[in-house]
Design a binder for this molecule. Structure first.
Ligand code: 3H9
Length: 710
């Protein structure tokens, strides 16, 4: 056996096979060094007379997770597309595909994006039972750029390829085999040997060699293809707003079907380069790293060896939130005791949790067997004693300071001294509960968003006295639930509710100035929010919103604005979806505009002192509301509520549905420019004589120094 090293890539030659192994932790991304190493190892294998075929593989963790995203981010921000001396991935794929000696990819772990594209260019693919393959480029605002749009459809058929690319999802081994992405499956232990056998069979003609790009055996008929494309285009037009990369992906696929794979590769390249230079790609690449940074612990907190894996967790209160939290914990294999005040309520909570699991089974996301196992780890009981052996207690009782304070005092006496006590409050000052417990170092906030088993964001709230280990262990727990933790300081509204406070206040501000609430909603949906502010208020419940708004107004009185509208609606019993009437009329899951709302709006305007009506464009509506969010986010940054500005963007996209293709409030504001945002706020501050528009110091500093907010 001979071995040569090419940076992070090695070439081992044994029994006629050249095994090229990529080892670039953590995820084997295709960095410049890997690309150079691959080119050099591949050329050497092709040139070596003793090599008959090549096996391309990764390390024990992963095959290749794709192009180096940090490099893509630099290009998106203006760096040159190519680096002298570094091979381009599409060209590397082309030479693998057309080389005289066949190549087989041995895929263990992830083959994503450019990683899968490398494998698709090989003449065969063997996956391990733990392989996961996918083309997630669309989730980064891109399209596959190294042949994915051409080669994948030729292996799986157009329909399956489109579904995989548009969803950005990963397929596991059995599905990859069924779809034709891999030709065979082996265990991780035997993977390389199996791939070598496969490669030998190709080399000596026992297996027919076929280039992916030349294949058409899996492609649907021309008529079926045009039907599939038309359906996909209609779906894309319906689902995506303000972005063009999903339809660019379809363009590349269609071009290749019409003009052949080689022409398709060229078209793909042009569209990939255009997507990479676009604002959505810059925004989504920013979020990719922001999300991975958000759970990083602040200086002074050791994440290391002492962090326990929290296994036994008690949830106090089995309402919608408590049940959702319990379901998320059970789903990640934790043991949960759910504590209620009465047997009937405990049974209600169990039924809610069972329903969540049943729906996963019905949708095919979980086997009935595993759902049964997960539910077997749930105990529902009456009385706080049920929390006595927990390592973490998450309190999700009703939003009452008295009730929660009493619970924290009792829990602190009951549970072992190293049990953390977390509250899921969204409005109560965590230090009050910390003081009530008598052991403030054990107390933190874990603010899940509703529905808790679905929403990805959890705000981990630390008070000045929370033990760093509590934060470290809670963050590790949240990550294990496949959720994203953002560590925030304790303040009214924490992060998301606080920065979106002006969003709802300024909606009222515009309504009081004669702007139609439905028009405001449409403008914000046009911007990319999942729903407008009035529709959202109906969903959350107007009574809940008025109560929470009251707390925030009291906490930040110097810059608060409240229209009387929501209070009037609550007084009339119009509480939103739950009563069938709010800003909208709700029936059968649909929300319809209600002509009767005009009367309430009229009264609200009178109560607000009948301010003059405002002429305002759709873009100004969006900016007025969302610059308010940016401004409050700047305050959160300057007060140290977040550890880093990019945490704001992560929280706003995951917690409020701020469109990812705009990168979050601060990235979006940076696209516009801090100075322009500040100038608009100052102008409104003066024109309306309204303190709610007063620019934050951080915004002013960045604007003056011509510095980005991020
Ligand atoms: C592409 O391929 C374009 C081509 O079509 C065309 C090219 C011409 N690059 O997520 P984790 C880092 S587009 C650089 O926490 P996990 C990540 O930042 C690409 N770095 O791990 C983190 O660093 P740190 C298409 C990357 O186990 C560390 O690795 N591919 C990359 O939860 C661990 O990451 C994708 O979109 C990368 N490609 O999940 C796949 N990937 O420790 C992107 C990760 O310093 N990656 N890092 O914070 C993933 O989806 C997940 O990382 C993966 C592992 C599922 C692989």
């Amino acid at each position: 056996m001979s071995e040569t090293r090419h940076g992070t890539v090695t070439l081992e030659i044994e029994d006629g096979i050249g095994v090229i192994r990529i080892d670039n932790p953590p995820v084997n991304a295709l960095s410049a060094e890997v690309l150079i190493g691959l080119r050099s190892a591949f050329d050497r294998a092709q040139a070596a007379p003793e090599v008959n075929a090549v096996v391309l593989t990764g390390n024990s963790q992963t095959f290749v997770a794709g192009a180096d995203v940090s490099r893509l981010q630099k290009i998106a921000d203006g760096a040159p597309l190519d680096t002298p001396g570094v091979p381009r991935l599409p060209e590397l794929c082309a030479s693998i595909e057309s080389s005289a000696k066949p190549s087989v990819a041995a895929i263990d772990g992830f083959a994503l994006g450019g990683g899968l594209e490398l494998a698709l260019a090989c003449q065969g693919r063997v996956g391990s039972t733990r392989c996961r393959v996918g083309l997630p480029e669309l989730a980064l605002g891109l399209i596959p750029g190294a042949g994915g749009t051409q080669r994948l459809p030729r292996l799986t058929g157009v329909e399956a390829a489109i579904e995989l690319m548009l969803s950005s999802r990963q397929a596991q081994a059995d599905e990859a085999l069924r779809l034709g992405i891999v030709d065979a499956i082996a265990s991780s232990d035997t993977l390389t040997a199996e791939a070598c056998r496969f490669a030998r069979e190709l080399a000596d003609g026992r297996r027919v060699r076929s280039e992916t790009l030349a294949r058409d055996d899996r492609l649907e008929s021309a008529a079926a293809q045009s039907e599939i494309m038309a359906r996909a285009r209609a779906g894309v037009a319906k689902k995506y707003r303000n972005v063009t990369h999903p339809s660019a992906c379809l363009d590349a696929i269609e071009y290749g079907l019409e003009h052949g794979g080689l022409a398709g590769l060229e078209r793909e390249r042009e569209l990939f380069v255009a997507a990479l230079a676009s604002e959505p790609a810059r925004a989504m690449l920013h979020l990719f790293f922001a999300e991975r940074t958000s759970g990083k612990l602040p200086d002074g907190i050791e994440a290391g060896a002492r962090a326990r894996k929290l296994e036994r967790i008690a949830v106090i209160g089995g309402g919608t939130m408590g049940s959702g939290i319990a379901a998320a914990l059970l789903d990640a294999g934790r043991t949960v005791s759910l504590v209620e005040t009465e047997t009937e309520r405990a049974e209600g909570a169990r039924a809610r949790i069972e329903k969540i699991f049943q729906s996963k089974v019905d949708k095919g996301r979980l086997s009935a067997e595993l759902a049964g196992e997960r539910l077997a780890a749930l105990t529902t009981l009456v009385g706080l004693e049920g929390a006595a052996t927990a390592e973490l207690v998450i309190e999700a009782a009703s939003e009452s300071v008295e009730l929660k304070s009493r619970l924290f005092a009792e829990l602190a006496r009951l549970v072992p001294s190293d049990t953390w006590l977390a509250t899921n409050t969204s409005t109560i000052d965590v230090t009050i509960l910390a003081d009530a417990s008598g052991t403030p170092e054990r107390v933190l906030g874990l603010h899940f968003f509703s529905p808790a088993h679905v929403m990805k964001l959890v705000e981990v709230v630390r008070t000045p006295r929370t033990d760093g280990r509590a934060i470290a262990e809670a963050v590790a727990l949240i990550r294990s639930l496949k959720k994203t933790a953002v560590i925030v300081g304790n303040c009214p509204g924490f992060l998301v509710n606080r920065i979106f406070m002006p969003y709802s206040q300024l909606t009222g501000f515009l309504i009081d100035r004669g702007v139609d609430p439905y028009r405001i909603d449409r403008a914000l949906v046009g911007f990319g929010m999942p729903m407008g502010p009035s529709r959202m208020s109906d969903l959350a419940g107007l009574d809940v919103g008025v109560a929470a708004g009251g707390i925030l107004d009291a906490a930040y009185p110097e810059r608060s604005y409240r229209s009387p509208l929501r209070r009037l609606l609550v007084e009339a019993g119009r509480l939103g979806e739950k009563t069938g009437l709010g800003h909208y009329r709700h029936a059968g899951g649909r929300a319809e505009e209600d002509p009767d709302l005009a009367e309430f709006v009229q009264r609200a305007r009178e109560l607000a002192g009948s301010p003059p009506a405002l002429e305002i464009s759709e873009q100004e509506i969006q900016r007025l509301l969302l610059f308010g969010v940016v401004n409050e986010a700047c305050r959160a940054v300057e007060e140290g509520i977040v550890l880093r500005p990019s945490d704001v963007d992560v929280a706003a996209t995951l917690g409020m549905g701020f469109p990812a293709y705009r990168g979050g409030p601060l990235r979006w504001a940076d696209f516009i420019g801090a100075a322009a945002v500040r100038a608009a706020l100052s102008e409104w501050r003066e024109r309306f004589d309204a303190p709610i528009f007063e620019p934050a110091a951080y915004l002013t500093d960045c604007a003056r120094a011509q510095r980005p907010l991020l």
